[in-house]
Design a protein. Structure first.
Length: 315
């Protein structure tokens, strides 16, 4: 498939992932009233790991080379740390502040690509990041005070941004499923110690098991696979902007299924994030060189999916 089509498919995959993540807010809010948060995380990611491992076993396509295990382990540690930090931060601050601070990964991601990978971030991308941040703020922020919970949540946002940057650096479409399995297994191990403090409590009813299975198989295994593959095709900053649609979908699901009211904040915040998405997609066209100019490839636009300049670690 031509690269432009692959990139379009990758962006669509990230949008589907954001929609799935958005659908989890009201589900998790309900489940954790009966199952402790860390226990739910362990069960969720253990089931997700088992599902991906089963698929790999049936297809006999499990790849556990250094190229997969080392970056997959590092990414799993970072993502698992983000999950634990976000959970403990949420216990110490309001959900609105937690949502906004977590969403700051859309700002932190281009900063990390600039600092760690020395990738120049274009002006239009920065404008898109600003629009997405404003949209996240309108959707989620209702007053802000610095608290230990907010600081923990900010640390989780840094971890999420590192995960996005790391996937852009190391993901390979040929080993996406195997790297997904490694990441999910490591996330399970990271979430296990706090859950073991009081013993792991399982869901007690069939409806709760149904919700946890959805969180594990769809919002866990499938979304991790979509993100791992998609980020082998598109740069980390563009991925982060598309993923910032998560709170928009969260608000829409809350209105449609959670009984909340559609407000001006949903409208303004959602339109700001949509504008950011369109801008980040139009930016390559707006940077198109003039006739006669030599073709110049922007460093930020060279995703790992371009095998001519592979970013995948080689042993």
């Amino acid at each position: 498939m031509p690269r432009p089509r692959m990139q379009a498919l990758a962006m669509a995959s990230l949008l589907v992932m954001a929609a799935i993540w958005g659908s989890t807010f009201f589900l998790i809010k309900d489940v954790v009233t009966r199952v402790p948060v860390t226990d739910m995380l362990v069960v969720r990611f253990a089931l997700a790991t088992a599902a991906v491992a089963l698929v790999l076993g049936l297809r006999r396509q499990l790849v556990l080379t250094r190229d997969v295990v080392v970056p997959g382990t590092l990414l799993g540690l970072v993502f698992g740390a983000a999950q634990v930090l976000q959970t403990y931060g949420l216990e110490r601050t309001s959900a609105s502040i937690s949502g906004f601070v977590t969403g700051l990964y859309v700002v932190i991601t281009p900063l990390l690509t600039w600092v760690l990978l020395r990738h120049r971030v274009g002006t239009l991308t920065w404008v898109a990041v600003l629009l997405a941040t404003l949209g996240l703020g309108v959707l989620s922020l209702d007053g802000f005070t610095v608290s230990p919970g907010a600081l923990l949540t900010l640390a989780s946002a840094v971890c999420y941004a590192l995960h996005i940057v790391g996937l852009g650096r190391w993901s390979d479409p040929r080993t996406a499923l195997s790297m997904t399995a490694v990441q999910l297994a490591v996330v399970t191990l990271v979430c296990l110690p706090p859950a073991l403090l009081d013993g792991v409590q399982l869901p007690a009813t069939a409806p709760d098991w149904g919700r946890v299975l959805y969180l594990a198989l769809v919002a866990g295994a499938l979304t991790m696979l979509l993100q791992t593959w998609a980020q082998s095709q598109v740069p980390a900053t563009r991925a982060a902007v598309v993923m910032s649609m998560e709170p928009v979908f969260g608000a829409l699901f809350a209105v449609a299924l959670g009984g909340e009211v559609f407000t001006w904040r949903i409208t303004v915040g959602g339109l700001s994030i949509l504008a950011a998405m369109y801008l980040v997609e139009l930016s390559p066209l707006l940077r198109r060189p003039r006739r006669g100019d030599p073709p110049v490839r922007h460093p930020e636009e060279s995703g790992a999916g371009d095998r001519g300049g592979s970013w995948t670690l080689r042993s």
